[in-house]
Design a binder for this molecule. Structure first.
Ligand code: ZN
Length: 589
């Protein structure tokens, strides 16, 4: 680990980081048949393993997987597992792996709840502690095996490691966590502060020994930790440790490969806890709840796609294990297509659903294989129109201002605005997330929508010097009319996403139309005629000239021009038979 500090310095000199593009077609795992890469027009393999061992045979096998993808023009991301590869660690330290198991307050070993149906050599799936030096050595070993081939990126599964065990499952009270917490407290607080917390001699402090005589039980700690002494501080310590491990793993891999790698973690960017890793990664790559069993298209992912755009990143999404279990049980690929369309329409990506992990508490792990003919035409549509995706951003004159403290309000505002088709973007003003918001970013908005918690001083200062109206969110009915009347849509259950290319005033504006009127019986949306009107005030943000024509593009029909009408402040067009997804290219030439 000592050398990693130096390696980090070297990494800082590499400059521009690689990115996931809006038109990237991402395979989650490498397919068994590489012909699928061509069928789907794939460009990235997001989460695709490593050599099983360092033997030349295993290294050769992995190198072949990487090179067969690269030959077809894909970027290949190897992966490292912080939690699920428990079997590998049992073999890595056969004599003392039990010393690295996460422990609850009573010292009992903790197992991974969603791997209850997995066993290896007679052992359950232990949750191994990412603060244990032996286990960290195993994470480095995984990185080394991933780097035996010329990978382009690295993915971390279960990046929260012991921080997640601490947040939800009552861990970890192992020797290394106790020692680590003691040192963390010592460096963070003065002697007086520690005394006020009830710590007389910090060098002898042990959280487990402190809690037990107070009658705190392991179950209480698991369920009520935030309310118990040191509960929040312990979680903060665990999160900071995790971020350090994540940083070290990426930097170690980049030093081995000698170049910046496309970095991702398995996560949906859907909570303040999930966002803390943002400064260390290039994109989020993972599961998001899609509420499949409701047979409705969920709005929550669209909020997350807007939020990651505010971070200057993207989400490569897939649905959660229980969503895929529902799709598998009911065979509804048509619902999955609405998820894919929504992700791309909002500037993120939905991973190729060729082989999906399904999970229910009753059935445990099982798999669903999506058929190429159900999905490949959607990916190909994205690739064929890449120029209408890459470099594009949300077109809006209203921005929600994100800070961790305002998460709840910003989320509910976003959900209401999405439902009402009021265009908005998200500005991330949370200093810890490392986004550099400039005066220009603020000045391009007419309205900023904030929550009740105060904004960072620097951000407030910029807001004062920008010509922008600041409105505190109090529900949609309290919004000024000029903020809410930007887009008119005829027809129910149609979601609109307007996107433009800020760097090119001659590039078309793209209006994505998502028909979300899903019929469970037929597994299709009900096609409908939809008329859209967009306010001129919004379009002038994108164009200098007047729009001249509109081209309708869909995954199933050839492109064709449709009439536009300029009427006062409104530009209007009609899509006669909107299926699950159309994009209308509004052009000035
Ligand atoms: Zn531990």
């Amino acid at each position: 680990m000592v050398g990693w500090v130096l390696l980090w310095t070297i990494a800082g000199m590499w400059g521009e980081r690689p990115q996931l593009k809006a038109s990237d077609v991402v395979f989650m795992y490498a397919p068994r048949d590489p012909a699928l890469y061509d069928a789907y027009a794939g460009t990235v393999v997001g989460w695709a393993g490593r050599a099983r061992s360092k033997s030349s045979q295993d290294a050769q096998w992995f190198r072949q997987r990487v090179e067969e993808a690269q030959k077809k023009g894909l970027r290949y991301c190897g992966s490292v597992d912080f939690v699920v590869d428990f079997a590998g660690f049992i073999d890595f330290r056969p004599d003392r792996f039990m010393e690295a198991v996460c422990r609850d307050l009573d010292g009992n070993p903790i197992t991974v709840p969603w791997l209850w149906d997995h066993r290896y050599k007679g052992h359950p799936a232990y949750w191994f502690c990412t603060n244990n030096p032996d286990y960290r050595a195993y994470l480095r070993d995984q990185v080394e095996r991933a780097c035996l081939a010329p990978i382009d990126g690295l993915h971390i599964d279960d990046w929260r490691g012991t921080a997640a065990c601490s947040a939800w499952f009552g861990g970890c009270f192992c020797r290394h966590c106790m020692e680590g917490f003691r040192n963390w407290l010592k460096h963070r607080f003065s002697e007086e502060q520690l005394k006020a917390m009830g710590i007389e001699r910090v060098d002898e402090f042990d959280l487990q020994a402190f809690l037990k005589p107070k009658g705190v039980t392991a179950e209480q700690w698991r369920k009520e930790r935030p309310k118990l002494p040191f509960g929040e501080l312990f979680q903060q310590f665990q999160t900071e440790q995790m971020l350090q491990v994540v940083r070290e793993v990426f930097e170690y891999a980049e030093s081995l490969r000698g170049k910046p790698l496309l970095r991702s973690v398995n996560s949906s960017a859907s909570s303040p806890e999930a966002l803390v890793v943002a400064p260390l990664i290039d994109f989020f790559c993972g599961e998001m709840d899609h509420h499949a069993s409701t047979a409705q298209v969920p709005a929550e992912p669209a909020f997350v796609f807007r939020l990651v755009e505010g971070l200057g990143k993207r989400q490569a999404a897939t649905a959660a294990g229980h969503d895929w279990a529902w799709i598998a049980a009911n065979e509804k690929p048509g619902l999955v297509r609405t998820w894919i369309a929504q992700a791309y329409a909002f500037g993120s990506a939905f991973m190729v659903p060729h082989r999906q992990w399904c999970y229910t508490p009753e059935k445990g792990t099982h798999w669903w294989e999506g058929k190429t003919e159900d999905f490949a035409f959607v990916s190909r549509f994205v690739r064929e129109n890449a120029n209408l995706f890459d470099g594009y951003r949300t077109l809006a004159n209203l921005s929600l201002v994100y800070t961790h403290g305002n998460f709840g309000e910003i989320r509910s505002a976003a959900m209401e605005l999405l439902k009402a088709n009021i265009p908005f973007s998200i500005l991330v003003a949370e200093p810890s997330l490392g986004v550099k918001v400039t005066l220009k970013d603020i000045s391009v908005c007419e309205f900023l929508l904030t929550g009740k918690q105060p904004l960072p001083t620097e951000f407030e200062r910029m807001v004062k010097s920008a010509k922008v109206s600041v409105v505190q969110w109090q529900g949609i009915e309290k919004l000024p009319e000029s903020a809410s009347r930007q887009v008119k849509v005829s027809g129910e259950k149609v979601r609109v996403s307007l996107r433009y290319k800020p760097d090119d005033p001659k590039a078309p504006v793209v209006c994505h139309l998502l028909n979300q009127d899903y019929n469970l019986q037929s597994d299709e949306v009900r096609p409908k005629e939809v008329t859209i009107s967009v306010n001129r005030l919004l379009l002038v943000k994108a164009f200098k000239d007047m729009p001249r024509r509109a081209i309708l593009r869909t995954p199933t029909t050839p492109p064709r021009e449709i009439p536009i009408r300029l009427d006062g402040d409104w530009l209007t067009f009609t899509v006669p038979e909107l299926n699950f997804w159309a994009l209308v290219e509004i052009a000035v030439r």
